[in-house]
Design a protein. Structure first.
Length: 189
C-alpha cells in the first residue's frame, strides 16, 4: 500500500493592514501599543503597519484597521480622521480621548475664546497674544470624540488602554474573532 499523499500546506494567512494616528491626544496610547514589548514580534506575523507615527507614512492606503488615538480639536484632525475612515474597513477609537474627548475636552466647559484668552493673554507677563499664523490648523469650537465626526466600529476605553488590551483586541480581529475583552482588561481611567 502506497503512503498517503501529504496534505497541502495551509494557505498563509493574509496580514491585516493597520493604520494608526494620534489626533488630539498625548501619544500615551501609542506608547501603550509599544508596551506590548516582545509580543510585537509575534504581532508582525498578523499585521503590517500602514500610515502611522511608527512608520512615518503620512497618508493611508486601503487598510483593514485604523487605530485612532485622541479626539478631534482642529480642522487637520477632521481631515486626517475622514481620510482614515475612507481608507479603513474598521475604525477603532483607541483610548479615552478618542472615545469621549478625554482631557482635551475639558476646554469644552469654558468656550474656545475664553480658553485662548486665558492661555495666551491673561498672564503675568502679558502674554504674546493669541497665535494667528495662517499655517496653524483652525481650532474647532469644541473637542469632539471620534464618533461625532465619523462612524466608529469599536471603542477601546482607558487612559491609556493597556498593552494587554490592545494586544487581545488586535489578535482577535486578526484571527477572525469578534474582539472580547475580559473585565480585568477593561478600565475607564
Ligand atoms: S487616552 Fe490618555 S493616554 Fe491616550 S491620548 Fe488620551 S490622555 Fe493620552
Amino acid at each position: 500500500m502506497s503512503a498517503p499523499a501529504p496534505l497541502p500546506a495551509p494557505a498563509p494567512r493574509r496580514r491585516l493592514r493597520v493604520a494608526t494616528a494620534s489626533l488630539a491626544g498625548c501619544f500615551g496610547c501609542h506608547m501603550s501599543f509599544l508596551d506590548m514589548d516582545e509580543r510585537l514580534v509575534g504581532l508582525i506575523d498578523l499585521i503590517v503597519l500602514d500610515r502611522s507615527p511608527l512608520t512615518d507614512i503620512k497618508h493611508p492606503g486601503p487598510c483593514d484597521i485604523a487605530l485612532v488615538e485622541g479626539g478631534v480639536c482642529n480642522a487637520e484632525n477632521v481631515h486626517v480622521l475622514r481620510e482614515l475612515r475612507r481608507a479603513a474597513k474598521v475604525v477603532i477609537a483607541l483610548g479615552a480621548c478618542a472615545v469621549n474627548g478625554g482631557l482635551p475636552a475639558m476646554r469644552n466647559h469654558r468656550g474656545l475664546e475664553d480658553i485662548l484668552r486665558k492661555v495666551y493673554e491673561e498672564r503675568p507677563d502679558g502674554g504674546a497674544g493669541i497665535p494667528d499664523d495662517p499655517e496653524l490648523p483652525l481650532l474647532t469650537d469644541k473637542v469632539h470624540p471620534l464618533h461625532e465626526v465619523v462612524r466608529v466600529d469599536y471603542f477601546l476605553p482607558g487612559c491609556p488602554p493597556s498593552a494587554d488590551a490592545i494586544h487581545k483586541f488586535l489578535t482577535d480581529l486578526a484571527e477572525g474573532r469578534t474582539p472580547r475583552l475580559a473585565d480585568a482588561l477593561l478600565h475607564f481611567d
